[in-house]
Write a new protein. Structure first.
Length: 175
């Protein structure tokens, strides 16, 4: 991420944190990160991983797309590149992403908020995806929907894989 994108993300993260009444210490502890790392991230000088951003979104109880919406550049690390395409404005909240994975890459994804589902369509390549321990092999044109509120993964073979991914954030039923 370039300096402008990091600065924009930091300011947006701080706004979300403050609007929900979280202190730096509280959010850092809840997200399992050092307070100094969260502070640097809010100042626009951090270097967040995708997992860190997902954990922050989960703790703030916002869709991942809401956290990264102000950033126009793709996010990426370790052979995986993700770009937010659009966020729905209806209920349930639906975020749409373009995702590209390098050959021989395994991406372990942390659980999303309770009730979340993913639906992905593989555009090219081959991919194994789904909840850890229950993945499904996919080829171009295949679509898979699964519960994303538990650990899941994406694993490529010897070629690049490109996919369209939707995350559907269902509200938890009232007790």
């Amino acid at each position: 991420m370039d300096k402008l994108a990091l600065g924009t993300l930091g300011q947006h993260l701080q706004t979300l944190r403050l609007s929900q009444g979280w202190t730096l210490s509280q959010l850092a502890a809840a997200a399992g990160m050092a307070k100094s790392n969260l502070s640097r991230l809010e100042q626009g000088i951090g270097n967040p991983t995708l997992n860190t951003l997902w954990r922050l979104a989960v703790q703030l109880n916002v869709p991942f797309g809401t956290l990264v919406a102000p950033i126009a550049v793709p996010l990426g690390e370790d052979g995986v590149e993700v770009h937010l395409l659009d966020q729905g404005k209806d209920t349930p909240q639906v975020d749409a992403y373009w995702m590209r994975c390098a050959p021989n890459t395994t991406r372990h994804a942390e659980p999303h908020t309770p009730g979340a589902h993913e639906s992905l369509t593989l555009i090219s390549g081959r991919l194994e995806a789904g909840p850890e321990g229950a993945t499904t092999p996919l080829t171009a044109g295949d679509t898979l929907t699964f519960a994303a509120d538990r650990p899941h993964l994406y694993r490529t073979t010897d070629a690049w894989a490109t996919l369209l991914l939707s995350v559907i954030y269902h509200e938890e039923p009232a007790p």
